[in-house]
Design a protein around this ligand. Structure first.
Ligand code: ZN
Length: 310
C-alpha cells in the first residue's frame, strides 16, 4: 500500500505576490489523487517538526540560524527567487520532519512506499545556503536520518526534477554511502550538473549527472535511466531508494524546456520501483520537489504513484 505524508500547515509558507512555488500546488495534487482514487486507498501520515539538532545532519548552524532569524529581521527574500514569510521556518522544519516520518514508516513500519506531499522543496538547498525556492534539503536530510536512525547503509537518491539538485550533490560529494543520480536540463539553472561532476575523494563515482538538452522527451529520460542509472545501481546495491520527485520537466510546465509527459513519469517510476524491489526490499521514499502547472502537476503525480505501485 501507499503512504502519503501531508499536512494543512504546508500551505502556510506563502509568497506575498505571484510566485510559481505556491501553496495551491499541494491542493492540485490532492485533488488529482482523489479523482484517481489513490487518496482513499492510501495510509495517511502527519509530519512532525524536525529539531534544529536534526537539521545539523546536513546544514551548518549558521545557515539554520540565518533562516530562523531572517523573517524577524524583516527579510522577505533569502535570494533572488527564494521567498520567506513569518511561517516559513516552521513549515520548512515540518517539511523535513514529514520526510522523517516517511522514512520511519518505510524502514520500520508496515508500508514500503511513501510519497511526501511537502513544501517548500529542498534539492537546491546546500549545507550553508538556501536557494531556488528551497530552505532546507528535505531529501538529503531524509537520507542522513535513515542512516542514523534506522541503520541504513547505502541510500540511492534519484532526482529527475527539471533542475540539477546542486544542494544534494554538494551534501554527498565525498560520501560513498549515498549515490546521487540526477537527470536534468543543462545548461540551465542552477548551472551545476555537468557530466564530469562525479563526486570527490572516497565519493568519487558516487555522483552521476546526466545533462540533457532542451526538448528531451519521454524516450530520452527512459533511456537515460535504463542505460546510465541501472548499471550503477547493480554495483551500488541500495538499501533504501529516495526520489527527488520534481515534475517541472513536463512539456506543459511553465518553467520547462523539456517534453516529458505523464507517461514518461510513469515509466521512470516503474523502473525505480523495480530497482527498489530487487535491492531495497521495495523501500521507496519519494519527495516532492518542483512542478508548477495547474493540471500537468497533479496528472504527473498520479502517474508517478501508479508507477511506484506497479
Ligand atoms: Zn525544478
Amino acid at each position: 500500500m501507499l503512504t502519503l505524508v501531508h499536512h494543512p500547515d504546508y500551505l502556510l509558507h506563502r509568497p506575498s505576490g505571484h510566485h510559481p512555488e505556491s501553496p495551491e500546488r499541494l491542493k492540485w495534487i490532492e485533488e488529482g489523487l482523489k479523482e484517481a482514487g489513490l487518496w482513499e486507498r492510501a495510509l495517511h501520515l502527519g509530519p512532525r517538526p524536525a529539531s534544529e539538532e536534526e537539521l545539523l545532519l546536513v546544514h551548518t548552524p549558521e545557515h539554520i540560524s540565518y533562516v530562523a532569524s531572517a523573517w524577524r529581521e524583516g527579510r522577505r527574500w533569502l535570494d533572488l527567487d527564494t521567498y520567506i514569510c513569518s511561517h516559513s521556518y516552521d513549515v520548512a522544519k515540518l517539511a523535513v520532519g514529514g520526510v522523517f516520518r516517511a522514512v520511519d514508516e518505510v524502514c520500520s513500519g508496515d508500508e514500503r512506499i511513501a510519497f511526501c506531499l511537502i513544501r517548500p522543496p529542498g534539492h537546491h538547498a546546500e549545507p550553508d545556503r538556501s536557494m531556488g525556492f528551497c530552505l532546507f534539503n528535505n531529501v538529503a536530510l531524509g537520507a542522513r536520518y535513515a542512516q542514523r536512525t534506522h541503520g541504513v547503509g547505502r541510500v540511492l537518491i534519484v532526482d529527475w526534477d527539471l533542475h540539477h539538485g546542486n544542494g544534494t550533490q554538494v551534501t554527498f560529494w565525498d560520501d560513498p554511502s549515498v549515490f546521487y543520480f540526477s537527470v536534468h536540463l543543462y545548461p540551465y539553472y542552477p548551472g551545476t550538473g555537468r557530466a564530469d561532476e562525479r563526486g570527490g575523494g572516497p565519493g568519487e563515482g558516487y555522483t552521476l549527472n546526466v545533462p540533457l538538452p532542451w526538448g528531451s522527451d519521454d524516450d530520452a529520460y527512459e533511456r537515460t535511466l535504463r542505460e546510465r542509472l541501472l548499471p550503477e545501481v547493480e554495483r551500488f546495491r541500495p538499501e533504501l531508494v529516495m526520489i527527488s520527485a520534481g515534475f517541472d520537466a513536463h512539456r506543459a510546465d511553465p518553467l520547462s524546456g523539456m517534453e516529458v509527459t505523464e507517461e514518461g513519469f510513469l515509466k521512470m517510476a516503474e523502473m525505480v520501483s523495480e530497482v527498489a524491489k530487487e535491492y531495497a526490499g521495495g523501500r521507496i521514499v519519494s519527495v516532492l520537489e518542483g512542478g508548477y502547472h495547474r493540471s500537468a502537476l497533479p496528472r504527473s503525480a498520479v502517474a508517478h504513484l501508479k508507477g511506484l505501485l506497479s
